[in-house]
Design a protein around this ligand. Structure first.
Ligand code: FES
Length: 139
């Protein structure tokens, strides 16, 4: 009976593996929902010169959209462009204000924190670094 238990265990494990492999294989088209996916792996999004010191820009490349800012010289930040209130796409006005067109929430370009409601949660942030003059986000 001990042997049977082992076999049963092995079968269950194999089943779980098959299931998770299947789930991974089918996860491709998911995510986003509103068409603005964040970077799941390091993505060269733009030239660093497109985001001057103290400014922010909404950048899109290859299906990835992020808001990138440079709050201090040489310090780059990347945030999700999806509002944390109800998921509208944020705009960057005057290269410095991150605002939501739906209900007017505002977010700080330095850290994605809420500057004005109704949103209550800060923007999701991503890794951002500059390599050879290019901004690499995510990963
Ligand atoms: Fe952005 Fe409501 S969805 S403020």
């Amino acid at each position: 009976s001990r042997r049977n238990a082992l076999v049963a265990g092995a079968t269950a494990t194999a089943g779980a593996l098959a299931l998770s492999a299947c789930a991974e294989g089918s996860s491709g088209g998911g995510g986003g929902g509103n068409g603005a996916a964040g970077p799941e792996s390091p993505t060269d999004i733009a030239a660093a010169s497109e985001v001057p010191v103290g400014k922010a820009a909404k950048l899109t490349k290859g299906g990835v959209t992020v808001i990138v800012s440079q709050p201090e010289n040489g310090v780059f930040k990347a945030f999700s462009s999806t509002c944390t209130h109800q998921g509208c796409q944020l705009n960057v006005q005057n290269n410095s204000q991150i605002v939501c067109p739906c209900h007017g929430s505002q977010f700080a370009l330095a850290d994605g924190s809420v500057k004005g409601g109704p949103a209550e949660s800060p923007l999701k942030s991503y890794k951002a670094e500059v390599k050879d003059g290019r901004i690499i986000v995510g990963g």
